[in-house]
Write a protein that binds this ligand. Structure first.
Ligand code: ARG
Length: 460
């Protein structure tokens, strides 16, 4: 009764341990809906080509419909003995419709079947992830709109460098995610190719029509080499690389949120619903969500390396190693979907402390470069101007004030070229507004970047 689909040539059954070790049903049951879609398209083609009868196809169609309903209603009994999602569904189909069910696997192997299932699953996942990334980008743009003029210190080496607008800072992440969407869109093309027809590895002797199956399943094309079709998982690796980059970008903004939320910095607060407290320190409000995003990035990077290592040195064609592709892939998709959802929501609850940002921008001589540029415009070579400003910074630092707080006479000690028009140059707004070119931080440019972003988002 526990006879395997493949046990005809075997003299003894596998042990319970081997059965559990080799089975994939505990995780690949998630492919069921795609397995059914693939089977339907395959059976329809078999009937169109006269390989099975119309009656058989109708029975298969009805049987698969019922199985789909059973799975949907939680009524389907998955069995470990039946190894994987493919054999579970096929067995049930045969129970329901008899011999027609046994004809479904004509001209097909689980090798091209599983490769098809994963591609269908991943294609749907990519579509969802692109959609969620676009929503997150909208949330970024919305926050940036409110802060196109909000001044904050821009950092290099985490030292105050030059003033930027908070909107400009946020829009940097919009650009990163835009490239991520482009990468996913490109990756999708290579995911969206049909393996079915490759059968076990060499193709099949039946007069199949692969283009027709591809069309039914909305694949853009068919895999053009049967050995490659059943064995490579490069499309999944490529997706995981895209996922790692998205998580890397979100990990960077998370790190900034964590830092900015520290009371020592105090640039922002996150809504309470994204934070937790401490069971011992009553005052604590911890940025758990960004910390977990940062942490989960490690896990996603791990999955990428797992898949690369899985593929490495596998001889052609299919090897059972490939059964190990699913858990890392599923977890990558699940983690990414949750992270993107939570992030868009979290951004809408960011409170910005503009006074703290301004104060920090005034503290680190953020407009020193502006003074140097001013001197250059008066004819002083940049390297000399750099030296002059460095000495005035040293002086102001000893005095405990910003460059703009010095008297004109004090500034003129460092260079007689400095005149009273310097004071507008040394303000934060003067510095921001002067960087008024494509890609610069001037509020004028941030507004333009936001307009471009809105336009891009409506076309995507
Ligand atoms: N469960 C298998 C997998 O995930 C399906 C393909 C099995 N093929 C085979 N010849 N054993 O890869």
């Amino acid at each position: 009764t526990n006879k395997k689909a493949w046990s005809g040539r075997f003299n003894e059954p596998v042990s319970a341990l081997v059965e559990r070790y080799t089975a994939s049903i505990s995780f690949d049951y998630r492919l069921a809906e795609y397995d059914i879609q693939g089977s339907l398209a395959h059976a329809q083609m078999l009937a169109n080509q006269g390989i099975i009868t119309r009656e058989d196809f109708t029975a298969i169609e009805q049987g698969l419909k019922q199985i789909s309903d059973e799975i949907h209603d939680g009524q389907f009994a998955w069995s470990l003995q039946l190894e994987d999602v493919h054999l579970n569904i096929e067995k049930r189909l045969t129970q329901l419709i008899g011999d027609a069910g046994k004809r479904l696997h004509t001209g097909r192997s689980r090798n091209d079947q599983v490769a098809t299932d994963i591609r269908l699953y991943l294609r749907a996942s990519i579509d969802e992830i692109i959609h969620l990334t676009l929503s997150l980008q909208s949330a970024i743009v919305n926050l940036a709109k409110k802060h196109a003029e909000t001044v904050m210190p821009g950092f290099t080496h985490l030292q105050v460098a030059q003033p930027v607008t908070f909107g400009h800072h946020l829009m940097a992440y919009f650009e990163m995610l835009k490239r991520d969407v482009e990468r996913l869109t490109d990756c999708r093309k290579r995911v969206n190719q049909l393996p079915l027809g490759a059968a076990a590895l060499a193709g099949t002797s039946y007069p199949i029509n692969r283009e027709q199956v591809a069309q039914t399943l909305s694949f853009e094309g068919v895999c053009e080499n049967s050995l490659d079709a059943v064995s490579d998982r490069d499309f999944a690796i490529e997706f995981c690389a895209c996922a790692s980059l998205i998580m890397t970008h979100l990990s960077r903004i998370s790190e900034e949120f964590i830092l900015w939320m520290s009371p020592a910095v105090g640039f922002i607060t996150l809504a309470d619903r994204f934070c937790t407290g401490s069971s011992i320190m009553p005052q604590k409000k911890n940025p758990d969500v960004p910390e977990l995003v940062r942490g989960k990035t490690g896990r996603i990077n791990g999955h990428l390396v797992a898949l690369l290592t899985l593929m490495k040195a596998q001889p052609l064609a299919y090897n059972k190693d490939n059964q190990e592709d699913k858990e890392p892939l599923f977890d990558t998709v699940d983690t990414l979907v949750d992270t993107l959802r939570i992030y868009a929501d979290m951004l809408s609850g960011v409170q910005v402390n503009q006074a703290a940002m301004r104060k920090a921008a005034l503290q680190g001589f953020a407009t020193a470069t502006d003074l140097a540029d001013y001197l250059v415009k008066k004819g002083i070579p940049f390297r000399d101007a750099h030296e002059i400003v460095a000495r005035s910074v040293q002086y102001a630092e000893q005095k405990g004030c910003d460059l703009g707080d010095l008297e004109l006479a004090e500034l003129q000690r460092f260079s007689p070229q400095i005149a009273s028009d310097i004071f507008s140059v040394l303000t934060l707004e003067g510095s921001l507004n002067s960087r008024d070119h494509l890609g610069g931080t001037a509020p004028n440019q941030v507004h333009k970047a936001i307009t471009r972003a809105d336009k891009w988002l409506t076309n995507e």
